[in-house]
Design a protein around this ligand. Structure first.
Ligand SMILES: *Cc1c(COP(=O)(O)O)cnc(C)c1O
Length: 210
């Protein structure tokens, strides 16, 4: 079923470099199944799940796998995040304090996305407006190990339509730096995210859970 789901999603997206397979619902065998189809980019939102999966992948010699951390960040867990083998990006950065800790703990530069709250939901992480994102982006330029490559957002589960959230991210990106990538779109709203030019669709349940 996973293989079939994956092929279907890939057909819709048309480019596997735009697809991140989110593995929070999956056991290692499921990840390996998608890896064996030629997929390399995988994301997790909890460090407690990410680290063991990444270590297992390393043990099995999957040396070209790329892991992305997409979850809520806590200061005390930043060291652990930096220890993940084959970590390619952290997409949920929204605190200058956290950014400085990452800069200290990292042995070399890492790709980061600034998380933006485009849905006006209090419980979601992310910066709220373009001037805050701009300040954050400027502060990152002073740090040697923080390489900001894009902006990430999650649409609201209900309320504000995904199109409005994603358009807001596009507008902020265009204002700040047109070279920044856009990480937006999940199982339920990937079509509209693609229409609006997403560079990274993060899909979990539509691959691993249905
Ligand atoms: C879980 C998660 C996803 C994937 O969600 P699905 O609806 O299962 O595709 C994408 N992004 C983040 C930040 C997530 O936590």
């Amino acid at each position: 079923m996973i293989t079939k789901n994956y092929q279907k999603i890939l057909d819709e997206i048309g480019d596997k470099n735009k697809l991140m397979a989110v593995t929070k619902y999956s056991e290692f065998d499921d990840i390996k199944e998608v890896y064996d189809l030629g997929h390399r980019d995988f994301g997790e939102n909890r460090i407690e799940s990410l680290l063991p999966k990444a270590l297992k992948a390393q043990e099995l010699g999957l040396s070209d796998i790329r892991w992305h951390f997409i979850g809520h960040i806590q200061s005390k867990k930043i060291s652990k995040i930096t220890q993940v083998p084959n970590l390619k990006s952290v997409q949920s950065l929204d605190s200058i304090k956290h950014m400085k800790i990452f800069d200290e703990k990292l042995a070399r530069p890492l790709d980061f996305y600034i998380q933006v709250n485009t849905s006006a939901e209090e419980q979601k992480g992310g910066l709220w407006d373009s001037s805050t994102v701009q300040e954050f982006y400027n502060a990152a330029k002073e740090l040697k190990n923080i390489n900001i490559v894009g902006l990430m957002t999650m649409a609201a589960a209900s309320g504000l339509p995904p199109r409005e959230s994603f358009q807001k991210l596009v507008d902020i990106r265009n204002e700040i730096d047109p070279n920044l990538k856009l990480s937006m779109g999940m199982s339920g709203d990937m079509k509209v995210a693609l229409e609006l030019g997403s560079d990274c669709i993060r899909v979990g349940s539509a691959i691993f859970k249905s």
